[in-house]
Write a protein that binds this ligand. Structure first.
Ligand SMILES: [Zn+2]
Ligand SMILES: [Zn+2]
Length: 145
């Protein structure tokens, strides 16, 4: 079974074979990148997702990651770390059937806004709770203003 989605103008479309690691990220960078209060993302290994129309543009939001979007309509479409084995994440709201990707984890709790309450039964953690993540992110430089 494949899952499809795309931007609001239809210029960028994708198809993915699996939906892995559906999560909300409350970190400041995800807030800024989406213009929303958090990012809702679901991923697939890069060989299990393909762009079926025009590929998205990407903004190198930091020294470690790129964020996909549609230049024509502005829809934030996803996120990936630069490593070849990293998953490509897409924004859950850009799926044709976002109901297929229920949020299973929450991250970036250090920046979770106090008036955001949803998925109260879904476990969440601060970015610094995972030592491996801390090490990975330690030398990151942000390109966000
Ligand atoms: Zn578009
Ligand atoms: Zn984030």
């Amino acid at each position: 079974m494949s899952h499809t989605g795309g931007c609001q103008c239809g210029r960028v479309r994708y198809e993915m074979e699996v939906l892995e690691q559906a999560h909300a990220c409350h970190c400041r960078m995800c807030q800024k990148a989406t213009g929303g209060l958090f990012a809702a993302l679901v991923g697939a290994p890069k060989d299990k997702i393909r762009w079926t129309a025009t590929p998205p543009e990407e903004f190198q939001s930091s020294s470690l990651a790129r964020r996909a979007f549609c230049q024509a309509c502005g829809t934030p479409l996803g996120f990936t770390y630069d490593q070849p084995d990293a998953r490509q994440y897409v924004t859950i709201g850009s799926l044709d059937h976002p109901e297929d990707a229920p949020i299973q984890r929450q991250y970036g709790f250090e920046s979770k806004l106090p008036f955001v309450s949803f998925c109260e039964d879904v476990p969440g953690e601060r970015t610094d709770a995972d030592p491996a993540a801390g090490e990975f992110l330690a030398n990151m430089t942000s390109n966000q203003a």
